[in-house]
Design a protein around this ligand. Structure first.
Ligand SMILES: C[S@@+](CC[C@H](N)C(=O)[O-])C[C@H]1O[C@@H](n2cnc3c(N)ncnc32)[C@H](O)[C@@H]1O
Length: 393
């Protein structure tokens, strides 16, 4: 592909990304893979270059752009080398027309930027939400120790005791240590959020929103595979990915339970008031994960945010019924919006006087409201809010 053809391909992909974001369609990485599956003539350098252009354009547009060309013209304002590639060549984009619309810059749609600013995330803190994320792995202590592991590349040891950092794109999933279950890909912030659960061997722990089990596997390692660890989710497809991962990790203790939305407590009646700890890694807007999915900023609407917040409130109440007296409830969202973090905890504590917020002392991050915050700017992690609550005996 010529450089101009790559720009045209990126424009077509951006059109698809913008449409999908507004229709709650496929994520950008899937659209990019599908695009190239139908264009086998594109080589790996072309694919990488087009992908870079697409993601760079998403990062430099704040509000939803009017179209792919407008998004690419915004990128051309930041990277002037792109301007001459609008050359009208056979597979390249048409020359720029007079008065052609250029997408607006910024971090995110204005209302989202305002909500972030009201939550203490503005300026460099907001811009860092769109940084490129490195690749973090967790050494699985059920199978290996960080200091003893022999990997093709030496990773940078991080603050979480089993975390190693590599450059983005490092092919860790092709390494023998990955196949052997000695390492798992997991953001450093996610590893630190799991530390807030303080899961101990022999305990009864419920991961209420386990998804494909990223945090469940970390809990199983902390519990040294001893005790009861129940992984739940309402999404069958996600939860079904956990079993093969658990097998690779040697985490035989994990049980799974598929829940019906609205009937969670009935399905968990055998655990009511019995869990030592319940982790609620709640569904959220994902403002803390824009480093990996920058187009998510265009998916968010005030209505969607309200829906996430309502589900979080409900999940907190469900989790509270599962925790034994003296036990703990850990609430996590990968969002830096207070509506999905500190605000949720304030509302929960106001409604549940028998609960109190614990003081957290995690190796990275800082207090935020009655919980803890990790941020891309200050901690080099995805953005997280974490709170640990205790139920009086
Ligand atoms: C942030 S994701 C979890 C990620 C996962 N814990 C990890 O570390 O990879 C939130 C999950 O909550 C699940 N979920 C949504 N509503 C739920 C409900 N009512 N009960 C349990 N899980 C729910 C979603 O299907 C999704 O997998």
């Amino acid at each position: 592909m010529t450089p101009a053809a790559r720009v045209q391909a990126a424009i077509e992909l951006l059109d698809a990304v913008i449409a999908a974001a507004q229709a709650d369609g496929a994520p950008a990485d899937r659209l990019v893979s599908d695009y190239f599956r139908q264009r086998r003539y594109a080589g790996s350098k072309d694919r990488r270059a087009v992908r870079e252009l697409v993601y760079a354009a998403i990062r430099v547009c704040g509000p939803v752009p009017p179209g792919g060309r407008a998004a690419m013209l915004r990128l051309a304002q930041v990277d002037p080398a792109i301007v001459p590639l609008f050359d009208g060549s056979t597979h390249g984009p048409e020359p720029v027309g007079a008065g052609e619309p250029v997408a607006a810059g910024g971090v995110a749609p204005e209302w989202v930027e305002s909500a972030l600013a009201a939550s203490g995330v503005a300026g460099g803190g907001a811009l860092a939400l769109l940084d490129r994320a490195p690749l973090d792995v967790r050494v699985n202590t059920l199978k290996a120790a960080r200091d003893m592991l022999d990997l093709p590349e030496a990773g940078e040891p991080l603050a979480a005791p089993n975390a190693l950092r590599f450059a983005a794109g490092t092919p860790v999933e092709r390494w023998d240590a990955y196949a052997a279950g000695q390492i798992e890909v997991q953001d450093h912030g996610s590893q630190i959020a799991c530390m807030a659960v303080a899961a101990q061997p022999g305990e009864t722990v419920i991961d209420l929103c386990a998804g494909a089990g990223g945090k469940t596997l970390s809990l199983a390692a902390a519990m040294d595979n001893r005790g009861t660890l129940l992984a739940c989710d309402t999404d069958r497809a996600r939860l079904s990915k956990l079993a093969p991962r658990a097998e690779r990790a040697g985490a035989g203790m994990i049980e799974t339970r598929l829940l019906d939305p609205g009937k969670e407590l009935a399905a968990l009646a055998d655990y009511a008031g019995k869990a030592d700890a319940v982790l609620v890694d709640a569904p959220c807007s994902g403002t803390g994960t824009w480093r990996r999915k920058p187009e998510a900023k265009w998916r968010l609407t005030p209505e969607r945010l309200n829906r996430f917040a309502a589900v979080q409130t409900r999940l907190l109440a469900i989790a509270a019924d599962l925790v034994r007296p003296g036990g703990r409830l850990v609430f996590v969202t990968c969002s830096l919006l207070d509506a999905e973090g500190a605000g949720q905890i304030d509302a929960f504590l106001a409604e549940h006087p028998e609960w109190s917020a614990d003081t957290l002392a995690l190796p990275l991050g800082r207090e935020h409201g009655k919980g803890w915050r990790l941020s891309p700017l200050q901690d080099g992690t995805d953005g997280f809010f974490v709170a640990s609550l205790s139920r009086a005996c």
